[in-house]
Design a protein around this ligand. Sequence first.
Ligand SMILES: [Fe+2]
Length: 246
Amino acid sequence: MPDLSRRRFLDAGLGITAGGLLLPSLAIATETSGDLGSYGNFVTQTPPQPAPTELTATRLRELAIPAAQQPAANARLTEVNILGPYHRPNVPFRAKITPPLEPGTVMVIKGRVWGQNTRRALANTIIDIWQANAQGRYDNDDQPPAANLFVNRARIMTDENGYYEYETIHPGPYQIGPRAWRPAHIHYWVRHADYRPLVTQLYFRGDMHQREDQFIRPSLIIDLREVRIPTGTYKTGVFDIVLAPR
Ligand SMILES: [Fe+2]
């Protein structure tokens, strides 16, 4: 957002009209910042979409899904039970990227996905998220992990207000050359049927090694603030995304 910084974007407030939330008219599409492909050959085009995989018997065996968990041909319908008095509508879509008890500083990242042309929030946007652990290591750094094991990565979806929220840990930086580092970052691949796919990353203001990285963009850096709760502290930040129409 070169001509409308993220801070000004947030300070300007979000217009709420009878038709719902509206993006400020000056907003431009979120920048890309990917390291798909090799670091020496920065890939700017959209990566190929993976082919859909049918859940065939062969595929189930490949995924090592135990027979007891495979769908039965004669499965009985799950029974209905009472709603009770405690259900509340409009709860956010909330996700967790890390496995249980992953070491590191706990963070909550939240934001909305917007359409640049309509200035409206985009429901049903899929955000594919992946990141390093606190030591700067990915689950596939050394050798491919098991096909059904995904550590520090998840796909999440925006709700009817274009909102997303997830808990994770602050990723560590990692070195990619004699004088080249990747500062702490989280990868995003954002997809919506009516908009161009966006591959980007978010960064954290004040982190080490940001001057030794060729991929970081100022518009992709967010501020974190500390939140204190009775059981401890965590950090939180906002990363809004603006998609360009197809
Ligand atoms: Fe990375």
